[in-house]
Design a protein around this ligand. Structure first.
Ligand code: GLC
Length: 442
């Protein structure tokens, strides 16, 4: 007979990424990178950033915009040289109001509304009419033709604002700044958040050659030695979230089919904070439909079939409960969904499904890091630092450790340190560092 526990064991097996799979996925990822560099297959976009790694000696005060899709953050950063970068002022606002009063990321919103909202944030941080150089972290696939010319190829992370795709992001921003009488704010560089994270870590740690975001979205950048026509090694935004040679389950297919852009961003949809809650919901609803929750199925169905019931923070809450009776989860279910009297087996299943989803996420992402290392230094003949920012990496219990364990399985005793490191505020600080190095290079 199928019971809740036997079925969850089965699901755990389906979501497990074995060591063999880890290596196989890494090799496929490396090949996909190389196919893209050779213009054979562009599943991985491998977008040039026109930026090299900083020296750590860049100095100055710079403005930065960090636009990632959930919030827009504007900050002022002080670079003191010697690898020291600090945020001196900042403000952040959600792109979609919790009370529904505005939503700049829906298909009904326009490019002007979105960029006017960003410009208003900039205005709040600029006290006078002095010249302010600005770096713009724009965390979407953008085809870059120069440091400050980047066209949005298509939205990701379920954003749908009209009139931005195929446009020059910098021009949209410059026009909005002009409408706000902010022409003295001078955007100089557009960059991806993964690139910013890499630069921020490299500013103080010269071994950094990979930068990644494990947050609402997922993507990685790395330093490519041989970019034709560019003298120094260049940071490349892989747009790895679009990788698709992966062991999809029916849950992944169901999520993909219901998403804004079916077929796109398959790795991101298996790994990132925007989607892990949705995967959990799909699994829970399947178990309910199979009649495996017997305690109070009607009450559970009522709650769990509401759209987008779990977010990444909910998944983190489930994992954080270390009590034997899972009393924290019981309290959380009551607080969050007014669900009382849940059975311990139900709470166990929720936690185990959440754990299986996040462990898979960490191991798939580690596989791509291994793929990059196979491309840039397969024998690990020098130290490497992988800089990571984002809510999953920072806050999901066990997540960072799972990435490290997966790396250690494939590279058990590297001769030189292979380090993964949380790089907080990498996307914002990286924009300031990018401007500083662009100014220094002129
Ligand atoms: C999405 C975007 C990518 C970004 C990532 C993390 O994958 O396409 O550009 O780096 O999210 O924010």
């Amino acid at each position: 007979m199928q019971t809740l526990i036997t079925v969850i064991e089965q699901i755990e097996r389906e979501l497990m990424i074995s060591q063999d799979q880890l290596t196989a996925i890494a090799k496929k990822f490396k090949t996909a990178m190389e196919d893209s560099l050779a213009d054979k297959d562009k599943t991985l976009k491998m977008l040039p950033s026109f930026l090299s790694v900083p020296t750590g000696r860049e100095t100055g005060q710079f403005l930065a915009i960090d636009f990632g899709g959930t919030n827009v953050r504007v900050l002022s950063a002080q670079l003191a040289g010697k690898g020291q970068a600090t945020i001196t002022a900042q403000s952040s606002r959600p792109l979609k109001a919790a009370d529904g009063s505005y939503n700049h990321i829906a298909a009904t919103a326009t490019a002007e509304q979105l960029f006017d909202f960003i410009a208003a944030q900039v205005a709040a941080l600029v006290p006078d009419t002095a010249i302010y150089p600005l770096g713009h972290t724009f965390s979407f696939p953008a085809k870059q033709l120069g440091l400050n010319e980047a066209y949005l190829m298509h939205w990701t992370k379920e954003i749908a604002t009209a009139g931005v795709e195929n446009q020059d992001i910098n021009q949209l921003l410059a026009a909005a700044l002009a409408r706000r009488q902010l022409s003295h704010v001078r955007p100089q560089v557009v960059l991806n958040d993964t690139v910013g994270t890499l630069l921020t870590s490299a500013y103080s740690d010269t071994h950094t050659d990979i930068g990644s975001i494990c947050g609402t979205g997922h993507n990685t950048a790395y330093v490519e030695a041989a970019v034709p026509g560019f003298a120094a090694p260049m940071v490349i935004n892989i747009e790895s979230g679009n990788f698709n040679q992966l062991p999809f389950t029916r849950y992944d297919d169901q999520l993909d089919a219901a998403s804004e852009q079916p077929g796109a961003q398959r790795l991101e949809k298996m790994t990132s904070g925007r989607y892990v809650g949705e995967l959990l919901q799909i699994i829970v609803l399947e178990l309910l439909a199979q009649g495996l929750f017997t305690n109070q199925p009607a009450a559970l169905t009522n709650v769990f079939q509401q759209p987008a019931i779990f977010n990444g923070a909910d998944v983190a809450c489930l994992l954080a409960d270390e009590t034997t009776e899972l009393t924290d989860i019981a309290a959380w279910l009551e607080r969050r969904f007014t669900l009382t009297d849940t059975a311990i087996s139900e709470r166990q299943v929720l936690k185990r499904a959440a754990a299986a989803i996040t462990l898979r996420s960490a191991r798939l992402i580690a596989a791509t890091f291994i793929g990059i290392l196979l491309r840039i230094d397969p024998t690990l003949s020098r130290p490497h630092t992988i800089a990571v920012d984002g809510s999953l990496y920072e806050k999901m219990p066990g997540y960072a450790a799972a990435i490290e364990q997966a790396l250690a399985q494939v590279f058990p005793q590297p001769a030189f340190p292979l380090t993964t490191r949380l790089t907080k505020d990498g996307s914002g600080l990286g924009a300031a560092i990018a401007v500083a190095s662009a100014v220094a290079a002129r």
